[in-house]
Design a protein around this ligand. Structure first.
Ligand code: C2E
Ligand code: MG
Ligand code: MG
Ligand code: MG
Length: 283
């Protein structure tokens, strides 16, 4: 009897957990549209470094949301919801516009990378809207990079490559995000001119302990060089990872070792403290 009761209680607990999860999703989803409208979602900026010189050269804009009752809500929670219900389009434009106007006030040499979702790329007038955003904010096109993932481009390869080429013609850079997870067809690297390839953070972890991963990374670096693409490796968390990646010839990196996403003022402070090398000084 004990076992049956125990079993039943677990089922009830599981259902309760499911219900709580669904209730939270509903609350978050309902709050999202209003929060976007009210500018409650803002970009934070993660610094990006040249691994050899230790200098900061740019930032990645990452959406952040503080909800008055729920507290901080992670992008891994609200981005998938926004992609499902279409709010990702208005969210994406707001983050882009705020990121451009804030980075425009940073020293000229700093670039900003902004993540683009598939729905945003496929929306009408995306190129004209991008152009208008640059005009309104005053950010030179050469200081903006747009990040797309393999999953995004494979949803409609031809059309998305055409749109990305049109945006490139405005002068913005195009970056392939999270490379190496997902489908990673070699043709994604060779059929399109990527200004930058961002290698997924799982490789930073695996490279330290796996020789085969290091050999594969070397091949990817060789392809990138052939194609004239810059390479940045994401998610560097330890000195050991950084040293292995520098040895392999990775030029650029970002990760918690150097700094997580932060407010724009902290980027300014970082830039001016020992020319942005502060993060490297003690490492
Ligand atoms: P992503 O574009 O690949 O961004 C990198 C993610 O890795 C960020 O998570 C960042 O905070 C995290 N990260 C940075 N350094 C480290 C590290 O050293 N270790 C670990 N474990 N993680 C690190 P975040 O901010 O939670 O964003 C998650 C994803 O949500 C992003 O992945 C991006 O795909 C999406 N996202 C965020 N903001 C936006 C946005 O404005 N628009 C769109 N469309 N997607 C966004
Ligand atoms: Mg990204
Ligand atoms: Mg990424
Ligand atoms: Mg990612």
């Amino acid at each position: 009897a004990n076992a049956v009761n125990h079993g039943r209680r677990r089922v009830v607990t599981y259902e309760a957990a499911m219900r709580t999860e669904m209730e939270r999703q509903t609350i978050v989803e309902n709050a999202l549209a209003r929060a976007i409208e009210a500018n409650e979602l803002l970009p934070h900026f993660q610094p990006q470094f040249n691994l050899k010189t230790g200098r900061i050269f740019g930032v990645e804009a990452l959406a952040r949301w503080y909800h008055s009752e729920l507290g901080w809500i992670s992008p891994s929670e609200f981005i998938p919801l926004a992609e499902r219900n279409g709010d990702i389009v208005s969210l994406g434009w707001k983050i882009l516009e705020t990121a451009c106007s804030e980075v425009q006030l940073l020293p000229n040499e700093l670039t900003v990378s902004v993540n683009l979702s598939v729905a945003q790329i496929l929306s009408d007038d995306v190129v004209a809207m991008m152009d208008e955003c640059l005009g309104r904010t005053g950010l030179p096109a050469s200081r903006l990079k747009l990040e797309v993932t393999e999953t995004t481009i494979m949803s409609d390869l031809k059309r998305i490559q055409t749109t990305l080429s049109e945006m490139r013609a405005l002068g913005v850079g195009i970056s392939l995000d999270d490379f190496g997870v997902g489908y990673s067809a070699l043709s994604y690297l060779t059929d399109f001119h990527w200004d930058e390839i961002k290698i997924d953070r799982s490789f930073a972890t695996k490279a330290v302990r796996d020789r085969k991963i290091r050999d594969i990374l070397k091949l990817v670096l060789g392809i990138a060089e052939t194609m004239g693409s810059d390479v940045l490796i994401e998610g560097i968390e330890t000195v050991e990872q950084r040293d292995v990646l520098v040895d392999l010839g990775c030029a650029n990196g970002q990760g918690y070792l150097f700094g997580g996403p932060m407010a724009i003022d902290d980027i300014t402070t970082l830039f001016f403290s020992e020319n942005g090398q502060r993060s490297f000084a003690g490492i």
